[in-house]
Design a binder for this molecule. Sequence first.
Ligand code: PEP
Ligand code: MN
Length: 346
Amino acid sequence: MMVVMKSGSSSAEVQQVVNLIKSWGLDAHLSTGEERTVIGVVGDTRKVQRELFFHYSSIEQIVPISRPYKLASREFIPMNSTFPLDGFEVGGKGVFIVAGPCAVESRSQLLETAQAVLEAGAHALRGGAFKPRTSPYAFQGLREEGLEILAEARELTGLPVVTEVMSPEMVPLVAKYSDVLQIGARNMQNYSLLHAAGESQKPVLLKRGMSATIEELLMCAEYILSHGNRRVILCERGIRTYETATRNTTDINAIPVLKDLTHLPVIIDPSHSTGNWKYVAAIARAGVAAGADGMIVEVHPRPEEALSDGGQSLKPKHFAELVCQIRAIAEAVDRSIAPAKIEGCQ
Ligand code: PEP
Ligand code: MN
């Protein structure tokens, strides 16, 4: 439910309504626009004694929220949510580019990749230190040593680091070394992890579960938001369908649908969506053309030697070409790409 205040309401009048809402044991979320203030009522709205609102002449109207998620919904917060990450405005006009290897394999592999993606125009470095692998016998990541290498890459390149956290107990450790906590597809509905990420002060990149609906993704974002963390990025990374020609099926529809339903930034992962480096550029371009606020792409200097996801990793040269293509697409859909002049783009 939203309480729309009359335009010109004073802060004391807004506060009176907030106090009333709090007296029912509910939370009030303020959106202060240029014209008017909207107060979102958060919690079990059955506790609302609606008729008491009639006594407040500063209230214009009461609007019910039809979505099961509130804090994530555009009904509740109409303006796009943005936040700064090392000087880049995530969710703003610029297309956010995250790139790096699937996993941190060694110091030299990560530093080489970090330098290459920086030069190609990436705004953040990805790399898993804790890897959720389908097989228990597959490479599980360098764990804390991997985090230390990521932090070193950050020092050397200035790129903020995005890395996966797999359990609530690990949130403080991963948050210590990184700038954005990634919650992977397999953990999208790990509610205690969502809770812990919600209590952390780091932005969260939440990937869609491989069999999750858009509404389930948004409900998971709601967990993080409702525990106090408002910096959440959603990621479409492909879903499981009957099609076997690619690793997953990119739900390109999810991009405009999510942009409609939520104010949160939405990015595309063309690497896990396709599972094949040959299709990565096409799907990245499609995602940005469809309105994605960014992309997260796997890049490896020698994909044929990669310990995980080598088949879908781009070589740095192909990644640099992709960034140039994304720049052209971004301009065509009234977005931009920073830095405006990237070495090597025509
Ligand atoms: C990853 O980003 O390397 C990864 C494991 O992704 P997902 O959770 O989407 O499978
Ligand atoms: Mn991967």
